[in-house]
Design a protein around this ligand. Sequence first.
Ligand SMILES: Cc1cc2nc3c(=O)[nH]c(=O)nc-3n(C[C@H](O)[C@H](O)[C@H](O)COP(=O)(O)OP(=O)(O)OC[C@H]3O[C@@H](n4cnc5c(N)ncnc54)[C@H](O)[C@@H]3O)c2cc1C
Length: 457
Amino acid sequence: MKKGPDRIKCSIEKPANSLFGSKQPPAITIVGAGLAGSEAAWQAVKRGVKVRLFEMRPKKPTPAHRSGDFAELVCSNSFRSTALENAVGLLKEEMRRLGSLIISCADETKVPAGGALAVDRTLFARSVTEKLAGHPLVEIVRREVNDIPDDDMVILATGPLTADAMLEAVRRFTGNEYLYFYDAVAPIVTAESINMERVFRYSRYGKGNGAYLNCPFTRDEYDLFWEALVKADKAPKKEFEREMHFEGCMPVETLAARGRDTLRYGPLKPVGLTNPRTGKGSYAIVQLRQENNEGSLFNLVGFQTSLRWSEQQRVFRLIPGLENAEFVRYGVMHRNTYINSPVLLQPTYQSKSRPNLFFAGQITGVEGYVESASSGLVAGINAARAVQGKEPVIFPAGTAHGALVHYITTADPAHFQPMNINFGLFPPPGVKFRDRMERCRIISDSALKLIDSIADL
Ligand SMILES: Cc1cc2nc3c(=O)[nH]c(=O)nc-3n(C[C@H](O)[C@H](O)[C@H](O)COP(=O)(O)OP(=O)(O)OC[C@H]3O[C@@H](n4cnc5c(N)ncnc54)[C@H](O)[C@@H]3O)c2cc1C
């Protein structure tokens, strides 16, 4: 296990706690008992560190939660695939081996769902709540917290629907330019699934060093694509998302619906993009921009979308070069609060400028139930270690936990967007593999060995 260079200094003897002035403050203050905050609390108390856990529900609801239970699943009841050849299956297995509360409660309350881990959402949230409420080292406070506590050790896990006053506090802490309010995410595909014989690498007018992959359309291909796009099925919006405005960030299907040529004068503009193979221009072009340092992932520039995921796969595979594209992240447009983690966080989910403050969950830019809980697990372990004067633990990039936090803290800050776990985030395995499945298996085997070697940390 790689260890961080700096030992975190912290004191638990400071006499008064700014929130309540009690004489013996708990060692860690956690705000938000969702997927991330609940997992972080569990990891801390498992290590013998006391936790004070703040949750504003049910007194103050969010627009999506329905109960006062912790770790409520606001939409789907699925934690996605269980297969180890799937990155989210691996992430769950790592969490299981690291003693995750969220995964053990999910296993305990699971319902039949084929290759996925799905749960009875009521029993699941109740189980998480009871386990934390029944733990002698957990103190639960049902109250909205309006500012980032200045306690000795804090984990902020207030989620994508962080209450307004806290949102302002986070904005003051991060600076305006590093806090975002919604996801307008374009789909991301793996580099290895792009047909490199059809696309070409080139920057507009030859400027830059060929940073983009370009997917050139003929007129017939464009017509087919445009028709499919304007007729495709959109995902229904939640009530509280209906009044959102997306200046300069229009869904691609909305632009397309304005007219047959609108996209050709917008994100699919072909000017300045001569195909070096033919020496000619194209009727329209979709540009793909590199998503991570390793060049294993590309996003579809200008393709923020509200289409259903199955429709995105069907329609966007009509783009030349993406016939067999593997989508590791679909486009979404929904309310989401997240910070620019590559600028702000260390690979422990700790603030760079205030090391006794951790962020966890969707607010860090991880995307999804499992990913949120996994970041809570890493933050909880490290906050507990900090309290105990131990060195922080940085998960190796060859594990799903490490690959995710590596992306979150090293992605290009100028284009940072929330991310699901996927195998494109892992370093390539150092051995030969026959096909994609074998590659995934090799990565999973190696990741689980690494996790087993550190599971007792
Ligand atoms: C509408 C919606 C639907 C989603 N659907 C899915 C899905 O189907 N599948 C999926 O994998 N992911 C989904 N996500 C994304 C994400 O996985 C979930 O939002 C997940 O719950 C995030 O976990 P979290 O711990 O970061 O936040 P949450 O689980 O939301 O927990 C944050 C907690 O903090 C509390 N809180 C907020 N502000 C304060 C405050 N100031 N003081 C005290 N408490 C506070 C909240 O009440 C909440 O309990 C969805 C997100 C949204 C917004």
